[in-house]
Design a protein around this ligand. Structure first.
Ligand code: SF4
Length: 241
């Protein structure tokens, strides 16, 4: 089988925070957003100091070594869909490999991708974890540098395909944490599906670029406010971290 190249930022052989169970995580280099609150800003540019070229073949060898302890494989970033051909081929090769076929395949994404990209990934991907940085397009633009039309479309589309594993909300105080925004975000998600798994993450400064170190961290009270707003809208599967 041919080996597909990838611009790689990092690999973690075991992670409990990148999808269900214990996962081998591939972080690709390059992102379509430029988030103020990015914890891995070195992965945003198309190439970076620690980035290197790897391939599906090289990664499959590493996954086979870790396989006895794994539930699955996740591709994250940077932005996973920026190198979707690699993601498609890696997951197809995992599924075709007798030793690895039992592993689940997940994508962690900012959601800024066209339906044709999701269509390419759907046949080989068990679940998608999508960030919703803000429901308000202008707030989204201030936080990420881009609007959120594609993100909202992606969340709807993947949910319709039965493959949306969770939506992740990163609370950044002063940007997307007003009671009004929390209530509207909760209502939008609940209208999509009250059973949707929603993960609320409080912003922390760790890893953020020096010019954005002034951003305030999320307090436990704010995270609890968000949890209450989501529950009040009828969402029954809210997780806070
Ligand atoms: S989408 Fe993720 S990787 Fe990309 S800039 Fe935002 S936080 Fe960083």
């Amino acid at each position: 089988m041919r080996s597909t190249p990838v611009r790689l930022a990092d690999v973690i052989p075991f992670s409990w925070v990148d999808g269900p169970g214990n996962r081998f995580v591939v972080f690709v280099q390059g992102c379509s957003f430029d988030c103020l609150a990015c914890h891995n800003p070195e992965t945003i540019a198309p190439s970076g100091p620690a980035a290197r070229v790897s391939s599906t073949g090289e990664l499959l060898e590493q996954i086979r070594v870790a396989e006895p302890y794994l539930s699955g494989v996740t591709v994250s970033g940077g932005e996973a869909t920026g190198q979707w051909r690699f993601v498609r081929d890696l997951f197809a090769e995992v599924r075709a490999d007798p030793q690895l076929a039992r592993l689940t395949t997940y994508v962690d994404s900012n959601g800024h991708a066209l339906p044709r990209v999701w269509d390419a990934l759907l046949p080989v991907t068990d679940g998608f974890m999508i960030d919703l940085k803000a429901l308000d397009p202008e707030v989204h633009r201030r936080l990420t540098g881009r609007g959120n039309e594609l993100v909202l479309d992606s969340i709807r589309y993947l949910h319709g395909q039965g493959r949306l594993h969770e939506v992740r909300l990163l609370l950044v105080p002063g940007y997307n944490d007003s009671p009004d925004q929390l209530a509207r975000t909760a209502a939008w998600l609940a209208a999509l599906d009250p059973r949707l798994r929603v993960v609320v993450i409080g912003f922390r400064r760790h890893g953020v670029r020096p010019e954005h170190q002034h951003l305030p961290e999320a307090t436990p009270e704010l995270i609890e406010d968000a949890r209450r707003a989501l529950a009040a809208a009828g969402l029954g599967a809210v997780v806070t971290v």
